[in-house]
Ligand binder design. Structure first.
Ligand SMILES: Cc1cc2nc3c(=O)[nH]c(=O)nc-3n(C[C@H](O)[C@H](O)[C@H](O)COP(=O)(O)OP(=O)(O)OC[C@H]3O[C@@H](n4cnc5c(N)ncnc54)[C@H](O)[C@@H]3O)c2cc1C
Length: 284
């Protein structure tokens, strides 16, 4: 990524090179602004964005009338639009009905056990019906981040990896100084896209009104030999604190089962466990 070339003043500095940071970078790169993105790891997409299930959620798993549900439906449409603009072959993975204009989840239908037997023969034969949400899709999460970051860089965004933000000073509303492991940066605006660490960054700017309580998810990835196990994304009814354990056919063709949802103390806890494997295998 970019060499450590520190220009004196940016209009916008984005902290965090996950899916949120790079999509903001790409969007802002359409405007005449000096923009930099600072990422503490050696590569973009090394945070939560690298290790998710890759599902473009259709919006069926959220509490009714919630902000999350509303954004989920908008995000589903936007992700398709971005994928199209970037012209990557996600198109083939997004082989589901076109719903470009609509808000709300389109084309849901209840399918019968006969439909399931025909279309998902490896599911339990006792299932009598299921909700079919054709706008659910699958994406390669890292590919999306890399494609968006390349596009943002072509449009002039400077990206500095291995640049840990350590503290922030503000002198007036439009004059911030950011101290990092790679030098000092000044900017008019800061965008906090630091994911799990967004509360720490916020605290550096003197704002303490939210705290992130980390929750870990383990996924069980099967060999491609098992790629014919299912043909669709299979969701259970949502669990109390998560979307439940999902059977996913990843964009690479492997079947993946998960994730678990476990509250943890340590934001850097990436461990896997026998208990997680058991949960994924016994409660899909
Ligand atoms: C197991 C699991 C499965 C999931 N599955 C799905 C799914 O199928 N579909 C879906 O839509 N969502 C899914 N999610 C949620 C989704 O992955 C996240 O909401 C999303 O990746 C968050 O992106 P982000 O850019 O906010 O955070 P991140 O990807 O974590 O990016 C934040 C970045 O900020 C950097 N950073 C932090 N502090 C600093 C600092 N001080 N200085 C510089 N850089 C810093 C980090 O290194 C990181 O790269 C899943 C999550 C989990 C845990």
């Amino acid at each position: 990524m970019g060499e450590k070339k520190i220009i004196n003043r940016y209009d916008v500095i984005i902290i965090g090179g996950g899916v949120i940071g790079v999509s903001v970078a790409r969007e802002l790169s359409h405007y005449n602004l000096n923009i930099a993105l600072l990422e503490k790891e050696e590569e973009l997409c090394f945070g939560v964005s690298k290790s998710n299930s890759g599902i473009i959620h259709p919006g069926t798993q959220n509490p009714p009338y919630s902000l999350k549900g509303k954004l989920c439906v908008q995000g589903n449409l936007l992700t398709r639009k971005i994928a199209k603009e970037l012209d990557n072959d996600i198109k083939t993975l997004l082989n589901i009905k076109k719903d470009a204009e609509a808000f709300g989840v389109p084309a849901l239908k209840i399918v019968s056990s006969a439909w399931l037997r025909e279309n998902e023969p490896n599911l339990n034969a006792e299932i009598v019906a299921a909700l079919y949400a054709p706008t659910a899709g699958i994406i390669s999460p890292y590919r999306l981040v890399y494609d968006m970051s390349e596009n943002a860089m072509q449009n002039g965004v400077e990206i500095y990896t291995e640049t840990l933000v350590k503290s922030i000073n503000f002198f007036s509303p439009f004059s911030f100084k950011i101290y990092t492991s790679g030098g000092e940066y000044t900017t008019k605006y800061i965008i906090n896209a630091a994911g799990l660490f967004a509360d720490d960054i916020s605290g550096m700017a003197g704002i303490f009104d939210f705290k992130i309580h980390p929750r870990k998810g383990e996924e069980f990835l099967l060999d491609k030999k098992k790629s014919n196990l299912t043909n669709h994304l299979i969701f259970p009814l949502p669990a109390k604190k998560s979307k439940g354990i999902i059977v996913i056919k990843t964009s690479d063709g492997n079947t993946m089962i998960g994730p678990t949802a476990e509250d943890v103390e340590d934001k850097n806890d990436l461990s896997t466990s026998d208990a997680g494997l058991y949960k994924n295998l016994c409660h899909p």
